[in-house]
Design a protein around this ligand. Sequence first.
Ligand SMILES: Cc1cc2nc3c(=O)[nH]c(=O)nc-3n(C[C@H](O)[C@H](O)[C@H](O)COP(=O)(O)OP(=O)(O)OC[C@H]3O[C@@H](n4cnc5c(N)ncnc54)[C@H](O)[C@@H]3O)c2cc1C
Ligand code: FES
Length: 348
Amino acid sequence: MPRFHPLEITDIRRETDSAVVLSLSPKSGDFSFAPGQYLTFRKEFEGAELRRCYSVCSTPEEGLKVGIKAVDGGVFSSFANRDLQIGDTLEAMPPMGSFGAKIAASNLGFAGGSGITPLLSIIKNSLQADDNASFILVYANRSVASTMFRDELQDLKDRFLNRFHVIHILEDNAQDIELFAGRLDAEKLEGLFKSWVNISAVEQAFICGPAPMMEVVKTGLLAHLEASRISIEQFLSDQPGRAAQKAVSLESAAPRGALQATVLLDGVSYEVPLDDETSVLQAALDAKLDAPYACRAGVCSTCKARLITGEVEMRANQALEDYEVEQGYILTCQSHAKTEKIVVDYDG
Ligand SMILES: Cc1cc2nc3c(=O)[nH]c(=O)nc-3n(C[C@H](O)[C@H](O)[C@H](O)COP(=O)(O)OP(=O)(O)OC[C@H]3O[C@@H](n4cnc5c(N)ncnc54)[C@H](O)[C@@H]3O)c2cc1C
Ligand code: FES
């Protein structure tokens, strides 16, 4: 089961006015990562613990780095941009996620805003690891000034002249080519496929960005590619900001119904009362178990466990692949018991 470990901040680079890149040196734990994976950080703000995920934006040779864009009123991202200093320590779980698992020879990426972070890691890794790999990146931002990793992408373009192409779509700035100005919508997407991207040659596509952009791109891509050739990473979070929920003790919790979960965690088995309106994760946290979680929205897979006995209804799943579901894995933050007794293994 993943655990939190201390990581020292060895460098902070201001990437744009509202984004920083942190270099991290783990003090314990195995933080080796695959391209496209993310770290889950935890930190207390005013006595309440927040957990936030940030994708690794580097290659293993460059060391562990994350890029954090400040969102208006966002607790963790504002803290990271404003308060963190070199030498400070953050706590994070080892890398997770499988966004970059399907890198092919001919790849197409769509990034919006801070959604560039996992794609940057995937792009650098694929171009360096395989001389035959190529990547086209369509990168949507508000303006040049708010574009993260603009210089690094330019350097990559110069280094991998024939294998890496980037198309910047800018909302606010007038571009010479009309297709590249404004928001990325269905019409623009088809325009790109007509003149700039040979979609029939694409083996794998990757999307990460704001929800509306991802929806448009996914729908547009599905007209050309099978669903299995489209990898999606969501940055959504269902976590409240400063009003983060504190764990409720068993004594003060509302009486639970007749449902029961046996939860295996760190080799120990616990009996946890349940009702069908409470997720398996919430029931475990209410019982004061240290079950892993981050987004609570079914997008990050940190709360993944294996269902050994019984049935659950998984209300959302943006993180598990079909084969993982077939193997019995569930997202406990989204799983509600459908049978009187379930057995869930966080260690499996
Ligand atoms: C797998 C994954 C990878 C990610 N990778 C990255 C990455 O590489 N880089 C990156 O920058 N981000 C990334 N994210 C997003 C990141 O985890 C955070 O969601 C983001 O930084 C915002 O967190 P926050 O604590 O700053 O904002 P929050 O405090 O969670 O606030 C988010 C928004 O909600 C509003 N809000 C907060 N609380 C309330 C409330 N009580 N009522 C009304 N509105 C409220 C805030 O004003 C703000 O606009 C990733 C997310 C996931 C799931
Ligand atoms: S906590 Fe992120 S998917 Fe459950």
